[in-house]
Design a protein around this ligand. Structure first.
Ligand SMILES: *Cc1c(COP(=O)(O)O)cnc(C)c1O
Length: 463
């Protein structure tokens, strides 16, 4: 008799204490909701969803310790004890010297950009992120992409697609001079590349090069623990190091960081700026008063800072991060087993389905990714997000950008859904894949002026 080989699975290092009931809908109800939403998943009401994969930002489930921490909120205007706890955790776990809390990641990006960037400066980075680049531009700087070419190719299985191309960087330094480059902007688990990690080796080489020229490295550490997981799994010499040690080593090669705690740090709201230079800290501590609040709360309640301090400790636990990324990989492998085309290697925070390959008969100006997101919702009530021609918007001359990547993002909230939910998501996507030839594209019937993907409305093209 044949036996299935025994494998060693990841599993959640927690059990469930409270549940949130979900409304189960019929296909007819979903059809009606989709029509009302103009085939745009952003316009669906949350109560009409079964599984919400729109984003992993601020959607984590907090632990019993975090909720208990909320009750320990010290709501003093100045000098809250929760601030000092958070400061201690940021120093011990992340290794940065000085902390300025902010309401979320973009609050930190605003302050940092205003302090370090002068008009005409160049900020090289490993792929842009929307809010990060916008704050760099608003401060008078110009973003230059220095990520390796592999990051732009969904077929390429290079294990560290978040790496910096050091030649591209050297050329930029030669062209503009180091004085025009206040810092290099480095993200761990590069979001826009599909959650792809940077290697420790690349980071060390980048540190050597930037030291030679006296240029800072500022770390977008929003998903640093997920990046550490990939280093532990894929990079030589790190198999036996803890996530906590790897995170600290990553940070040690950088001069400061901005953090959206709504991701890795397992809270629903919060962020911070952390730096090692006293002068930068002093200016940030002063500026935060203008935009966020006093430097010991930065737009957060005491209880939010407490939940963040505890969330950071939980986020660097090896068992937590293995289950977190393990769940994402489980979903990705299940999709691959059904033949669904996805971006590879599987990233840390979600699955990106290649809509151009999924619906090859739908031309890009009929919005294949938007169509696919609508069809998955219709099939099972799973909400995903378009990242393609709709998100890319129009050029100054009014023409559409036609991005190379036409993707649907299935982002997984942390500690929220079960493995059975992952099965439902994969099976639903596979069902849509099976009837892909019968799916028609969409026509845009309403287009807002800015960031059109949020509010645009569509109609199904006739069969
Ligand atoms: C979400 C995010 C930000 C912005 O943070 P907010 O908390 O949404 O303001 C910055 N960088 C990355 C990589 C992010 O994912």
């Amino acid at each position: 008799m044949m036996h299935t080989p025994i494998k060693k699975s990841w599993a959640e290092p927690y059990k469930i204490k409270m549940v949130e009931l979900l409304k189960m809908t019929t296909k007819a109800q979903r059809k009606k909701a989709l029509l009302e939403a103009g085939y745009n998943t952003f316009l669906l009401r949350s109560e009409d969803l079964y599984i919400d994969l729109l984003t992993d930002s601020g959607t984590s489930a907090m632990s019993d310790h975090q909720w208990a921490g909320m009750m320990l909120g010290d709501e003093a205007y100045a000098g809250s004890r929760n601030f000092y706890h958070l400061e201690e955790v940021v120093r011990n776990i992340y290794g940065y010297k000085y902390l300025v809390p902010t309401h979320q990641g973009r609050g930190a990006e605003n302050i940092l950009s205003k302090i370090l960037i002068k008009k005409g400066d160049i900020i090289p980075g490993n792929m842009y992120f929307t809010t990060t680049r916008l704050h760099q531009e608003l401060a008078g700087g110009k973003f230059e992409d220095i990520i390796i070419d592999e990051a732009h190719d969904p077929e390429n299985e290079f294990p560290f697609k978040g790496n910096v191309d050091l030649d591209k960087l050297e050329k930029l330094i030669k062209k503009h001079g180091a004085a025009k480059i206040p810092y290099i902007s480095i993200a761990t688990s590069v979001n826009m590349a599909g959650g792809q990690p940077i290697s420790m080796k690349n980071l060390k080489e980048l540190r050597t090069l930037t030291n030679k020229h006296g240029i800072r490295i500022i770390h977008d550490m929003t998903r640093v623990a997920e990046n550490a997981h990939f280093i532990q799994q894929r990079e030589k010499g790190y198999q036996h190091k803890s996530i906590r040690d790897i995170v600290k080593e990553i940070n040690s090669y950088t001069d400061g960081a901005t953090m959206s705690a709504k991701k890795d740090a397992l809270v629903n709201i919060g962020g911070f700026l952390a730096v090692n230079e006293w002068d930068v800290f002093e200016e940030a501590r002063n500026m935060v008063v203008v935009y966020e609040g006093l430097h010991t709360y930065g737009g957060l309640a005491g209880r939010d800072m407490e939940a963040m301090a505890i969330g950071i400790m939980e986020s660097i636990n090896d068992d937590h991060i293995h289950a977190r990324v393990g769940q994402v990989v489980y979903l990705g492998e299940k999709m691959i087993s059904y033949g669904v085309p996805i971006v590879k290697p599987i990233g840390g925070h979600g699955i990106f389905v290649d809509a151009k390959k999924f619906l090859p008969h739908i031309p890009q100006d009929q919005f294949p990714a938007q169509t696919l997101a609508a069809e998955v919702y219709l099939d099972s009530g799973v909400r995903t997000m378009e990242r393609g021609v709709v998100s890319a918007g129009r050029k100054a001359n009014g023409e559409n950008y036609y991005p190379k990547l036409e993707l649907v993002r299935f982002t997984i909230p942390r500690r929220v859904y079960t493995q059975a939910h992952m099965d439902v998501i994969a099976e639903s996507t596979a069902r849509v894949y099976e009837r892909r030839h019968k799916i028609n594209g969409l026509k845009m019937i309403y287009e807002p002026k800015y960031l059109r993907f949020f509010q645009a409305r569509f109609e199904q093209l006739p069969k």
